[in-house]
Design a binder for this molecule. Structure first.
Ligand SMILES: [Zn+2]
Length: 120
């Protein structure tokens, strides 16, 4: 049983390295997807779906974009129709949330294709 402890240490080191590599490659560009926000067709921001956060876009006319658990949604908005809020959560490549009154659009970009993404 000599060397057993060293094997464990080695295994732990390999696991830690694998985790580090995985974290590195799962950043945007790998599996990472973005929520791209445009207003009037101009990009105003892009947020990685793997980082939970809440962003307020605009001031008087605002949309609150929430990113949580790899999904994005407009959870609050000052627009009249609230279509953007009712759209709910999006997470797949090409899905969009549109706020017509604010000319705002949130689009998912770079998501790895699941079964639903094939039939586009
Ligand atoms: Zn809206």
């Amino acid at each position: 049983m000599r060397g057993h402890r060293n094997d464990l240490l080695l295994a732990a080191a390999v696991l830690a390295l694998a985790a580090a590599v995985w974290l590195f490659f799962s950043r945007p560009g790998g599996d990472g997807a973005w929520a791209v926000v445009t207003v009037d067709g101009a990009e105003v921001g892009r947020y990685a779906l793997d980082e939970d956060r809440t962003v307020t876009i605009g001031e008087t006319d605002y949309n609150v974009l929430e990113i949580s658990g790899g999904r994005a949604a407009v959870v609050e908005a000052s627009c009249a129709d609230h279509t953007c809020v009712r759209t709910g959560w999006i997470s797949r490549e090409g899905e969009t949330i549109v706020c017509l009154p604010h000319r705002l659009m949130v689009r998912i970009q770079g998501a790895s294709g699941g079964p639903d993404a094939v039939a586009r």
